[in-house]
Design a protein around this ligand. Structure first.
Ligand SMILES: C[S@@+](CC[C@H](N)C(=O)[O-])C[C@H]1O[C@@H](n2cnc3c(N)ncnc32)[C@H](O)[C@@H]1O
Length: 399
């Protein structure tokens, strides 16, 4: 067989050659040689992280920024074209920088005699002990060592899930599956929280999260509004990614009011749109997130009306939607087939659909097109740098 150049990256991250072969760890421009070796091209970037290939994350760390942006863009465009859509305006890809991730879901367990704390190896449950991580914000990386030390003081076997979030007051650490027995263990936890200046340390021992340490309340800044951050609430993975997505919605809904923000979470889009002058209804099913949004709205001086509603079971109906000039929706990965069907049957002029899954977005978008909307703008967003996880902002218009 002759040399076979890598042309592009497949959805799951392998390089695809001109002859259709899938090659793990290859970048566009590399060449698969006849002896099976790979000659590196201009898009290959030597992975700097020593956990590359083992920790289950960042499988595209060998791909340089230009080709990485191209990959994100291709995924989004491919999904649109699959449903016969061609965006009129396709913006350049937003790519989050290294060290910008403000959320991490990790695990820890005793492996042999030592504590392993990190991600699961790709496709398995094997834990990879993480001492550093190039995608995480440095503040999150800084607590890994002290956390490992805290856990190493425990006897016997245990396994714990760890959520780290960077809040306004510092790092919020939520531990799940760890039971605390006795005063000594509690004191060790409090020392850990105090010594590392944590914003909060919460523990879920099987009855939901309980705050063990929270000196000042925990908030997150959403376009200048400080919103309470309930443990486990959704927050965009990076601040720059949030700004790219929110910026698109604000630009595309400029001068539009009222706006319905569906799957609103804490109000990430709602507060930005309200700051730009819109009256906003913010609908969200999670009770803690709804209450946080309500409390923030009350103190913000902005016109944001939070609504506690399950939009899968009880979507906003066309006659409810028709009073809005615009809708922004940002559903979970599975998309929002039922809600989008109702939007497609409404008279709303502008629909901003934010998605973390091009496949479910394309399926839902087809309903909007069927209902008479056209895809006016599309903005690919690579918030999960070096991974195959792709996001997008899109604008649908009814003429
Ligand atoms: C991708 S997040 C977006 C949150 C928010 N727009 C943001 O940017 O922070 C999806 C949100 O949908 C909410 N959600 C999930 N299922 C829902 C449902 N059936 N009805 C309404 N909201 C739901 C989640 O709680 C979460 O807040």
């Amino acid at each position: 067989m002759s040399d076979d150049p890598i042309l592009r990256i497949a959805a799951k991250g392998d390089g695809i050659t001109a002859s259709g072969a899938y090659v793990a760890g290859a970048a566009p421009g590399d060449v698969l040689r006849s002896d099976g070796s790979i000659a590196r091209g201009a898009n290959y970037a030597a992975p700097a992280c020593r956990h590359y290939g083992t920790c289950g994350g960042c499988t595209l760390q060998h791909v340089g920024d230009e080709a990485l942006s191209e990959f994100v863009r291709d995924r989004v465009v491919h999904a649109a074209r699959g449903q016969g859509m061609e965006p009129e305006i396709l913006a350049p890809t937003h790519l989050s920088p290294a060290g910008s991730r403000r959320r991490a879901a990790l695990r820890a367990a005793r492996v042999g005699g030592a504590i392993a704390l990190g991600y699961s190896e790709g496709g398995s449950h094997k834990l990879v002990d993480l001492k550093e991580c190039p995608v995480l914000a440095p503040e999150l990386v800084a607590v890994l060592g002290p956390l490992r030390k805290l856990l190493s003081r425990r006897d016997g076997r245990f396994a714990v899930e760890i959520d780290l979030t960077l809040a306004t007051q510092g790092v919020d650490v939520a531990l799940k599956g760890l039971t605390v027995e006795g005063l000594q263990q509690t004191e060790a936890m409090l020392d850990f929280a105090r010594d590392n200046g944590l914003a909060r340390l919460s523990l879920d021992q099987g009855y939901g999260p309980e705050s063990l340490w929270e000196p000042d309340g925990v908030t997150v800044n959403l376009s200048g509004v400080e919103a309470p951050l309930p443990p486990g609430a959704f927050l965009q993975a990076t601040l720059d990614g949030e700004q790219a997505l929110v910026g698109a919605a604000v630009e595309w809904l400029k001068g539009v009011s009222p706006v319905a923000d569906l799957f609103a979470g804490l109000g990430t889009f709602a507060f930005a749109l309200a700051k730009a002058g819109s009256k906003v209804l913010a609908a969200e099913a999670d009770r803690a997130a709804f209450l946080a949004c309500k409390s923030a709205a009350g103190r913000s001086g902005l016109i944001v009306h939070p609504l506690h509603r399950d939009l899968f079971r009880n979507p906003l109906m066309p006659d409810e939607l028709n009073r809005f000039g615009g809708v922004v929706l940002d559903p979970p990965r599975a998309g929002a087939r039922e809600q989008v069907g109702r939007i497609a049957a409404s008279t709303v002029k502008r629909v901003v659909y934010i998605s973390c899954n091009p496949s479910s977005w394309a399926r839902d978008a087809a309903q909007l097109i069927e209902g008479g909307y056209r895809l006016a703008e599309l903005r690919p967003v690579g918030q999960f740098r070096w991974t195959t996880h792709v996001e997008l902002a899109s604008l649908f218009v009814r003429d």
